[in-house]
Write a protein that binds this ligand. Sequence first.
Ligand code: 13P
Ligand code: SF4
Length: 305
Amino acid sequence: MTTREMQDEIIRLKKEKDICILVHAYISHDVWEVADYVGDSYGLSKQAASAPQQNVLMCGVRFMAETCKILSPEKKVYLSHPDAGCPMAEQIDRELIEAYKEKNPDTTVVAYINTTADLKTVCDVCVTSASALKIVNNIENKKILFIPDRNLGGWIKEKCPDKEIELMQGGCPSHALLRKEDVERMKAKYPNAQVLVHPESRKEVVDLADYVGSTTGIMKFAKESDNKEFIIGTENSIVQHLQMDCPEKRFYELSKDCVCRNMKLTTLADVYNFVKYGEAEEILMEEDVRLKALAPINKMLELGG
Ligand code: 13P
Ligand code: SF4
């Protein structure tokens, strides 16, 4: 079967079976081409709540499928690959935050959406990289605990000096591989290129960037910029997508190492096997967990606009 034949069959079957295919920006381009929606974590959350179909396939990682189920309990939600987790989502457990809240009842716990549903049950507000700055600014309380991404939290802390933001130890192992030496090396090689990085990157990298934003933010910036060359400091699939969308511009990987192995697990064949044979893990959740995890996600949608 060719890629095109497989894609045509997926598009035919998803309509016949009332399936919505949501795809995170880090998934490969052949999967993008059969999607109902492609976006960053914030866009996917909003789309999950409004998709009209009864069945949703989330092509991404587990916390994204969980978020979809939390927002749409009446839908059947499936994860594209059963092993696709996000290591950052597992770094902090619920008991630690429960103990923290007992000691610090006047602190608002802000959780990056890259967290498990179980952890979200004890958090006050969720954020994504695209919405974090706006949401933290919109929180009335000065005292904030930001979990789990220390890099994203540190970036927000710098931008919100009037808040007292406490951080914990956590972060994305793929973005942590990006170093300032990579920026220096690539800038020396491509002096006219703009450096666009994700805020999950280290401060030493963010400080040297021309633009810092979510995956969708990076793509929008590159498309709208008059510049012709860009060094991309996020998961390397974004280089491939941008090169397809803007063939007249040039995109370079900040480092060959910035690859999310979990996002790479989902292939077009997984999508095909789901729409054809129903082969994918359905996300199931206890209703009390769902309702408790829904509160910080709703707060995110309310404060994020
Ligand atoms: P965004 O989707 O918010 O850009 O975050 C990237 C990411 O690492 C998702 O896991
Ligand atoms: Fe998690 Fe990092 Fe992969 Fe995003 S890129 S899913 S934060 S490991």
